[in-house]
Design a binder for this molecule. Structure first.
Ligand code: UN1
Length: 505
């Protein structure tokens, strides 16, 4: 292990200064910004009143009215400049993610890389916001689809990807001609301030075509989130977090006919089939289940192992779990950093004791005696999918179960109420293709011979059932950030009506 790193408080404050966050945002506010590295308070940052949040949303709406007139490729130029700022700040911002969310160094940097990637994607997209030309039944007519900017896009993000998930939304929204109002997690206000400062730098370089208040930050608690969800100027809210949060947000959006893009709980599974490449599978399982200390929405939580391999796989995983390095996420070699807070540690302990009551054999899972909330990831051999297995506990717990035939394994996998990510490890093409087929995985993400987490930005990201149904990031997810108009143009000198209707006046 390397030398003892500096105090996380000093570390964070220095980075925030370098990234251009204003000193008044780092002193005297009502929101305590903590580092899970030690559990200490870094600083106190101001929060908005609901009235001030509403005013910021109005300001973002005014920015939208101007921004929608800027040609899309020019809007892409702003995102390109923002991507440049992110590239220049990658090591500082990655470190700040480590300090505020507790991710190990390479994952903190990976989060910033994910932001850079989506910026690159969005820049290309800014020249590809295309609609279709459709066949019309009427002579001398043309029918087409046009995609227009939508309005202010609300983004509610979670602590575990404190900045990347915002950027998936913001980069697309900006090239689509929208403004963005961001309510970050109360657990990660500092990375949000840093990203906001970087965006302002890019906007200043871009010049006056970027209106003030194009991206606004709404720091605060649930009452600020409610203002965003209920505001009539916000036609789309993209919310990432728990299913419980989604159940509150979705009906309020539905009540005012606003769009909801929800990315909620996951309870992701892997099936380990008899022909699996075990070397590869064990490594994939280790990263997916223990990486980010089990705090990704894509974290592997349920492993179904064919009965012929069950004993061997459990022994190999037990060995990996026992030796994985846990500690200060800034230290080289550490693979598992802290949980976000004490409450996360308590919910992990509660889930483990419930699993034991249900007949589970628990390996690991113990608290590590140091400041902050550090745990050894837990491997739990379960006789069946007890209720605790079907719940998402946001902590590094992997429930291992065995299966006899693939149909049974797929049914067990799909029995979870959530439907985010899934995978199978097999070299048998019949099994792989069945898993990917209409009768296979019911998740938004289904992989073969890679784990369920760590998706690239180029694909659409999201899932079904209690995961909320939203799709963000790549593919054609941009369509959620625009409104579609169908246009029919008559260039002839008569007025034929569709469906052969006659109406002679
Ligand atoms: C999340 O946990 O909310 O696929 C997002 C992944 C990451 C994104 C996770 N690219 O694991």
């Amino acid at each position: 292990m390397s030398a003892i790193p500096p105090s996380p408080i000093q570390d964070a404050l220095q980075i925030l200064g370098r990234l251009g966050v204003a000193p008044e945002d780092l002193a005297g506010g009502d929101l305590a910004a903590r580092t899970p590295v030690t559990g200490e308070v870094i600083c106190r940052t101001p929060v908005l009143t609901p009235e001030a949040a509403a005013r910021r949303i109005e300001a973002a709406h005014r920015a939208f009215l101007a921004w929608r007139r800027v040609p899309a490729p020019r809007r892409g130029e702003l995102v390109r400049l923002f991507g440049e700022e992110l590239r220049a700040a990658k090591s500082d911002l990655g470190r700040l993610v480590t300090l505020e969310a507790g991710k190990v160094a390479s994952e903190g940097l990976g989060e910033v890389q994910e932001m850079i990637d989506i910026c690159d994607f969005a820049v290309g997209l800014s020249r590809q916001l295309y609609g279709l030309t459709l066949a019309t039944e009427r002579p001398d007519h043309r029918m087409m689809e046009t995609w227009h900017p939508l309005g202010v896009v609300g983004v509610i993000s979670a602590f575990n990807f404190p900045v990347a998930v915002w950027s998936w939304n913001a980069a697309l929204a900006l090239v689509c001609g929208d403004a963005v109002a961001w309510k970050p997690s109360e657990k990660t206000p500092l990375t949000a301030l840093a990203v906001q400062a970087l965006f302002q730098r890019a906007a200043a370089r871009f010049g006056p075509d970027a209106p003030a208040d194009l991206c606004v930050l709404l720091q605060g608690g649930p009452e600020v989130g409610e203002v965003l969800v209920d505001h009539p100027r916000v036609p789309l809210v993209s919310a990432t977090g728990s299913t419980r949060m989604g159940r509150q947000v979705a009906p309020r959006l539905a009540a005012r006919f606003a769009r909801a893009l929800l990315e909620l709980g996951g309870n992701n599974a892997a099936i380990l089939a008899p022909s699996a490449d075990l070397e590869l599978a064990i490594r994939a399982v280790a990263f997916a289940a223990m990486g980010t200390a089990g705090q990704r929405c894509t974290t592997l939580r349920r492993l179904f192992v064919h009965e012929s391999l069950h004993g061997e796989v459990v022994e190999r995983l037990k060995a990996v779990y026992a030796r994985v390095a846990i500690g200060d996420p800034r230290e080289a070699g550490v693979l598992v950093g802290p949980l976000i807070d004490g409450a996360a540690g308590e919910s992990m302990a509660a889930a483990l004791s419930e699993a034991a009551t249900e007949g589970g054999r628990v390996h690991g899972g113990e608290r590590i005696d140091r400041p902050g909330t550090y745990v050894r990831p837990a491997l739990v051999e379960m006789p069946s999918q007890a209720p605790v297995v079907l719940r998402e506990t946001f902590a590094p717990i992997l429930y291992v179960m065995s299966y006899r035939d693939l149909g049974e394994a797929i049914a067990a996998q799909n029995a979870a109420p959530q439907g985010l990510s899934s995978c199978i490890f097999t070299l048998n093409m019949r099994e792989a293709e069945t898993f990917l087929s209409a009768v296979g995985s019911d998740c938004g993400i289904a992989n073969v011979n890679i784990g369920p987490s760590g998706a690239e930005i180029g694909g659409a990201f999201g899932g079904e059932k209690e995961t909320g149904g939203g799709r963000e990031s790549g593919s054609d997810s941009w369509k959620a950030y625009m409104r579609r108009a169908t246009n029919t143009i008559n260039y002839g000198d008569s007025l034929p009506l569709a469906q052969g209707v006659a109406f002679e006046v």
